[in-house]
Design a protein around this ligand. Structure first.
Ligand SMILES: *Cc1c(COP(=O)(O)O)cnc(C)c1O
Length: 389
């Protein structure tokens, strides 16, 4: 029997990050001492007060459907968070809780994009964005950037890419994969262009709280009512609360868009897991005290990784003040990213993600969400590898 796969699915590129993870896991299972720089999640446990709230919800029998867009108390808590931390006021009806920030992004594409639309995505990009755009029938338009500009797009670059078909601009600061944090002035300038041209912005702010060295995160929605009216903020619990497996994210959108997303969700996943949502309410009910220790640790690892990378011949690395990634340039080694990562894994048992997965073949992504011990060991091996080339 021949199975016809839909064009929609057949056009998808499978996730390279997952392939690397699988290969590293295979080696580990075979007893090989693999150092993993591939991970996209914090290596800290979910704080106990959040786990306890979910356990409590289970014990109380909160195991049934909730409203598709999320528990009213959680939508209210998210709206309160945006007002308190970001200075942006939303009615709880504008908040949709979904099964992870990734799901929130997907819902946005489904709600606002269609055939003939163009979506502007700065590269290096989070690898799911272009695939989601294609799933919605729209066309990704990639804006190239490099380490010379800390991977930032300029307002002129954005303006030049906008056509009458441009529907959406995707902004992700702090960024995965580069760790780049745009300054408030830079964010405002990009927002100004979108407001002027009538282009929507999907602002993925999931790394908002993971910034170092005095860098400041500012939401594009916070600059004026016009900015807010052009913006959909995507966020979630995965990173700052280390809840990747809980599958819980949220977004804030103009009312008609929120309503459309709620309808889409009511016919696809329905509500995100009921007791996970109680964990989410607990998470937002507390100040981010648990984060201080994590940030101190990430900050040390970031400094160490950066310093070690910069001392390796053939590698250069620009500063990046956010998330838990660095995105070194490997073009001085003469290898492209897939070759570099394949050989690094085979010859030195170090897993890293090739930049080509993020639209940037001269770079690799290193995650420092791993112990200092592993970081030192992994960088020793990368150094040995580069010397051998
Ligand atoms: C991790 C991540 C998300 C959301 O992940 P979920 O696990 O689905 O909540 C969204 N955007 C970026 C850029 C990420 O790195």
């Amino acid at each position: 029997m021949e199975y016809r796969i839909s064009q929609r699915a057949a056009s998808l590129a499978p996730s390279v990050t997952l392939a690397i993870d699988a290969k590293a896991a295979e080696l580990k299972a075979a007893g090989v001492d693999v150092v993993g720089f591939g991970t996209g999640q914090p290596d800290f446990d979910t704080p106990d007060f959040i786990k306890n709230a979910a356990k409590d919800a289970l014990d109380k029998g909160f195991t049934k459907y909730t409203p598709a867009a999320g528990l009213p108390a959680l939508r209210k808590a998210v709206a309160d968070k945006f007002l308190k931390e970001n200075g942006v006021s939303y009615d709880p009806s504008q908040i949709i809780v979904s099964c992870g920030g990734k799901h929130s992004c997907y819902n946005v594409m489904m709600a606002v994009c269609q055939e003939g639309d163009e979506v502007i995505i700065p590269a290096p990009y989070w690898l799911s964005y272009p695939e989601m755009v294609k799933l919605a029938g729209a066309t990704p338009v990639i804006l190239e950037t490099g380490d010379a500009t800390e991977f930032k797009v300029t307002p002129d670059q954005l303006r030049a890419a906008i056509t009458p078909n441009t529907r959406l601009f995707i902004l992700n600061s702090p960024s995965n994969p580069t760790g780049t944090v745009y300054t408030p002035a830079e964010i405002k300038a990009l927002g100004d262009v979108c407001v002027e041209k009538g282009v929507l912005i999907m602002s993925d702010e999931i790394y908002e709280h993971l910034v170092y060295d005095g860098a400041e995160h500012k939401s594009v929605a916070s600059f004026s009512d016009a900015h807010k009216d052009h913006t959909i903020i995507v966020h979630g619990f995965a990173k700052a609360w280390s809840m990747t497996g809980w599958r819980l994210g949220f977004l804030a959108a103009p009312k008609p868009i929120a309503k459309a997303i709620s309808a889409i969700q009511s016919h696809s996943t329905s509500n995100p897991t009921s007791f996970a949502q109680y964990g989410g309410i607990a998470a937002l009910s507390q100040p981010l005290d648990h984060l201080q220790g994590w940030l101190t640790e990430f900050s040390k690892r970031r400094a160490c990784t950066l310093e070690r990378l910069r001392a390796i011949k053939g590698i250069s690395c620009c500063d990046a003040k956010g998330a838990f990634y660095l995105f070194p340039n490997i073009s001085g080694t003469g290898l492209k990213s897939s070759d570099f990562c394949d050989r690094l894994l085979t010859e030195q048992n170090v897993a890293a993600v090739p930049g080509i997965a993020f639209g940037a073949d001269d770079y690799i992504r290193l995650s420092y969400a791993t112990s200092m011990n592993q970081i030192e060991k992994g960088l020793d091996r990368i150094e040995t590898f580069c010397k051998s080339l």
